[in-house]
Design a protein around this ligand. Structure first.
Ligand SMILES: [Zn+2]
Length: 124
């Protein structure tokens, strides 16, 4: 279990703060010091975020979300337009990669909020 305040109350506000990339405990400070590197401790409430390991879950969920969001676009471009194959593959691949990167950090915040709230084992 991490240091700092213990999780209490409903999960949903913690998920919303994690998705906003804020500390899921207090919502007052940033959760990340770099793109996917969480802060070691929240400067506001003291939760030790450095020990909460989301591992590959956020990457998996990001691909799941981005794939489902882009599937209709893929279908429309491939079957409903006359865009050359090389251009559609290049553009759609770029769209998919950018969308994965756009949702990766909020999803990692979501995973960290759930892991912390449920008291899952950490590296500490
Ligand atoms: Zn905090």
């Amino acid at each position: 279990m991490t240091a700092g305040p213990k999780p209490s109350g409903p999960l949903w506000p913690k998920i919303k703060r994690g998705l906003a990339m804020k500390c899921p405990s207090c919502g007052d400070a940033k959760l990340f010091r770099a793109f996917l590197k969480p802060v070691e401790h929240c400067p506001s409430c003291g939760v030790n975020w450095g020990d909460v390991r989301a591992d590959d879950g956020p990457a998996w969920a990001s691909m799941l979300v981005a794939g489902h969001l882009t599937a209709p676009v893929f279908h429309w471009v491939v079957f409903k337009t006359d865009i050359p194959g090389w251009a559609s593959i290049t553009g759609l691949s770029l769209l998919l990669v950018l969308l994965c990167l756009a949702v990766l950090q909020p999803i990692k915040g979501l995973f960290m909020a759930i892991i912390w709230d449920k008291g899952a084992p950490t590296s500490g």
